[in-house]
Design a protein around this ligand. Sequence first.
Ligand code: 3H9
Length: 699
Amino acid sequence: MSDAPVVRFEVVEGIGVITVDYPPVNALGPGVSDGIVAAVDQGNADPAVQAMVLMGAGRTFIAGADIRRFGKPRPPSPRRSYDALDESAKPVVAAIHGYALGGGLENALSCQWRIAVPGAKVGLPEVLIGILPGGGGTQRLPRLIGAKPALEMIVTGRHVPAEEAKALGIVDAIIPGKDLRAEAIAFAKSVIGKPMRRISAMPPAAAEPGLFDDMRKSIARKARNQKAPYNCIAAVEAATRLPFPEGLAEEKRLFQELENAPEAQALRYAFFAEREIARIPFLPKDLALPEIRTAAVVGAGTMGGGIAMSFADNGFPVKLVDASPEGLARGLQRIRDNYAVSVKRGSITQAQMDERLPRIQPVERIEDIADCDVVIEAVFEQLPVKQEIFARLDAVMKPEAILLTNTSAIDIDRIADATKRPQMVAGAHFFAPANVMKLLEVVEGPRTAPEVLGATMKLGRAIGKISGYAGNCDGFVANRSRIFFTLEQNIMVEEGALPEQIDKVMVDFGYPMGPFAVNDMSGLDVSYFTRKRRLAEDPNYRTLPIPDRLVESGRKGQKTGAGWYRYEKGDRTPQVDPEVHRLIKEVAAEQGIEQRPFTDEEILHRLLFASVNEACKIIEEDKALRASDIDVMWLNGFGFPRYRGGLMFWADGIGAEAIYNQIAAWHQRYGDRWRPSALLRRIAESGGKLREAKAPRLQ
Ligand code: 3H9
């Protein structure tokens, strides 16, 4: 740690310049707030100073309070920087570049003026870590821009671009930003002598009737089981009723209810886990990674198209090639349709679509992609097909090109066998729909070069994904950790739980949809054929007679109007179907399985404990690096409720010992599929935390 002050103060041409310098993102860490207070006092005491500037050194303004310090005792501050800035007798101009988030924007709102460079972002994202803006943001922002837009910003936590912030009135001016300090000083000189504009002196914000109740209603489904979004609403509501000091007191009270709640702990954990997953400690720090500028995708199906869109959405030119001209044309049409739907929904603009679509260049022959830096194969999931593609890629691609496969289960090494450069081959497992889902598993084959692994992780980030390491094993990390969830889901139905009961338990737990409704949406036939294939390979494979029977009777899910549920024409709402109940009973009787009632708790535990056990096996086999990586995968690949932190974080709430004991009992009762993991046993015996488990290769 350097001894340099985290806040500097200097006087330039009559302007006091306060610079926060606390890398990497100028969070309000130890000494920062106090440093701002001291600098403001110094500026006010110095007769040579007529106005001040508050700015950040390095890549950003201030990214907010230091999240690492939440939930821990903090020494009380005699005076908060927000108050010092607000009370300053001389005007202070906040000069924003990079991000002004949370406490960063709240400091800026406590200044008299705000200017920003193009591309800067402002926001109050506290709700995303389970708290609310506690530095006066819930009271100042509604007063400044009105209750409605402030409420929307605070409840969604979204980042607002500088130009929109100017239109909303958060920012007074956009400056070119070529020389931030000089431009900020010039702006500060221009406001000397103008009337002071303290937001705290403004009356409570006006709100149209019903605003807050409408907001509560509109978030009811998404925010179920959570408190922070509702406290955010209550705090903004206070800004429309109470004078500023009382509003601040109410904000503080509502903040304190949240800071140490399980929801905030889980969301903070998820924030840091999503940063930790990017690190692969066994890659040398000084590894030179090949630059990736151009990409190609082989296979213009749904997956390939989604992958191509991820590149185009993030500024990469990408070539798309398919085995047939018809397949290519269909794929392109699907991409166009997807973009058009996004424009219609308002998630992108027409201009963005017009910019992105031409980045995807259809080409007819595999030779046409030879000069690309990376190619991702996304063709049919069969080894001979993939091997044929890789042999052709090996023949045409430039020697330094990285060859990636989007397989979800096939051994990477057997695909690499088809090439003379197995060190250039790795897995890049996207989740459907690939342009939407954030997760990317980067699979290291036994011969993958470290540079290729590192470059693929980096590429994932560049195309907006959260990249996570996975070792080469059946199902890799994410799907493998969920296999036993799916198995238990089906076995419990054989034993007497109904699909709608299981779905309700999981929706109440926080999933957006229950697992059977998801199966109906994806189609039941894909896993049907996988089961048939597995059974042919392994006569002991545990078949699932009920979904088999559904598919064989034509119930393939939503697309056939019936699966685990029934669907009315043109409506995707699952309807409970007595015919399915009859079929379940019939199969259970045929199989001699006794049916019994299940409690909701047993359902939840059977599904998730099965996955916890498998997750421990994946870690002890060195296939996943950390338990927290698996949590990130469940959050971003499977819709696990974020405010529960992830599978292993949730499991710690129950305790490794209790989970181990239950699994050991089920092992006795049900046999080998519940064989407890040795790692789970060790954690249970030592009283440790599941979420801190690490692969042997990291120890
Ligand atoms: C708050 O302000 C409460 C107030 O109302 C006051 C209440 C009294 N603290 O994400 P990156 C680290 S709550 C500590 O990879 P990017 C991060 O861990 C706060 N550390 O970069 C990482 O460290 P490492 C409200 C933080 O460019 C490094 O910085 N603010 C914080 O992709 C780089 O981060 C927020 O919620 C922090 N606040 O994205 C903003 N922020 O290198 C949270 C970052 O060791 N931050 N770090 O892994 C973000 O959203 C993104 O980090 C940001 C940059 C958009 C700023």
